[in-house]
Design a protein around this ligand. Structure first.
Ligand code: RIB
Ligand code: CA
Length: 342
């Protein structure tokens, strides 16, 4: 009898392990249904090429554009350029908010150039914008989506999603998670001593998204400033010897100058592309669930993200805060994907 029970136990244990492996593989094989909200922007373009070069894992349903690094007409043109360079002109581009919810608009032409694309020449892309605003697209798509099925990558100010949430709070039903490039805690800010640009450009929008209760992950300066270019990494990109490699190399060589000078560091961050790497290979990154509050009061802390890293306040943990990442693993993955493009 005992031997029978032992055999049965072993069989059940094997079945459990097998079912866990199957479930994990199924999860891993499951494509991410993705909307990318973006203000291209030099690092946005790198992120868009990265994502559009990864169709096996990312089903990029649309790009939605917002004013941020430069004005909306230019961020929208640049998003159209990215999909043309990636050979993915079937992906629709919807233009969204031309200005933040409440504050006066700010831009970053000093960093990204007048056309929003440092280091390269731009042209009018072949394919135009999709009909309708990005806010309407987000509302229609998220309202009708399967429950919690769509991931949103936010690479600029969060104005579009905030407007959609204000107009139609029920769209949270369609959102699987929101992954944001933005914020700063340990690192300090890049537009003020405490605020990062995307949050500073529209803190009220970030508050709306935080308060919506969606599953939220932040990739702040804390991690993007640990994933820096270097001579060797720029050589890796140049060695691709394709158009995508040349574009990214030319963009980054110009774009990183500002940060290298400002911080006195040997390389520059590729902020937005870390969001794509996180979606493709989350194991490259580490962080913890924390309580985050955005300061939208006028004053020296406007746009600051206040992170309770040690849970001192015992407040609800409303975001996963990514604090570190594998820099070489990031660049190896980026280069491997850019190699797939023309
Ligand atoms: O602070 C970096 C962020 O601000 C990036 O998204 C960059 O594109 C700018 O929008
Ligand atoms: Ca951006």
């Amino acid at each position: 009898m005992y031997r029978y029970a032992q055999k049965l136990h072993q069989l059940l244990r094997s079945l459990l392990i097998l079912s866990l492996i199957t479930a994990t593989n199924a999860q891993a094989a499951q494509k991410i249904d993705l909307i990318i909200d973006t203000d291209p922007g030099a690092d946005d373009i790198v992120a868009l090429l990265f994502a559009l070069a990864s169709p096996d894992e990312l089903n990029v349903r649309a790009l939605t554009t917002v004013a941020g690094n430069v004005r909306l007409d230019k961020t929208s043109r640049n998003a159209r350029l990215a999909r043309e360079w990636a050979g993915r002109e079937e992906v629709p581009v919807y233009a969204g908010a031309p200005k933040p919810l409440m504050r006066t608009p700010i831009y970053a032409e000093d960093i990204h150039g007048k056309e929003g694309l440092s280091g390269i020449a731009v042209h009018e892309p072949r394919q135009g914008l999709a009909q309708g605003s990005a806010i309407t697209y987000l509302i229609d798509t998220l309202k009708s989506a399967r429950p919690h099925s769509i991931t949103i990558a936010m690479l600029g100010p969060q104005t579009n999603l905030a407007l959609a949430l204000i107009q139609e709070p029920g769209i949270v039903q369609g959102i699987k998670e929101v992954v944001v490039m933005g914020g700063a805690h340990f690192n300090g800010g890049n537009i003020t001593p405490v605020a990062e640009f995307n949050l500073f450009a529209d803190p009220h929008a970030a508050e709306v998204v935080l308060k919506s209760g969606v599953k939220l992950t932040y990739l702040p300066l804390d991690v993007t400033h640990k994933i820096l270019t270097s001579e060797a990494r720029l050589k890796q990109i140049a060695a691709l010897n394709n158009n995508a490699g040349r574009l990214v190399g030319d963009i980054l060589n110009e774009y990183i100058k500002g940060d290298m000078e400002h911080y006195g560091i040997p390389g520059g961050p590729v902020h937005d592309a870390t969001v794509v790497a996180y979606l493709l290979k989350p194991q490259l990154f580490s962080g913890r669930s924390v309580n985050v509050v955005v300061d939208s009061r006028e004053g020296p802390t406007f746009g600051q993200t206040i992170v309770d890293w040690y849970d001192g306040l015992k407040a609800p943990r409303n975001a996963f805060w990514v604090e570190s990442g594998d820099a070489q693993g990031f660049f190896d993955l980026l280069v491997e994907r850019l190699a797939r493009l023309k």
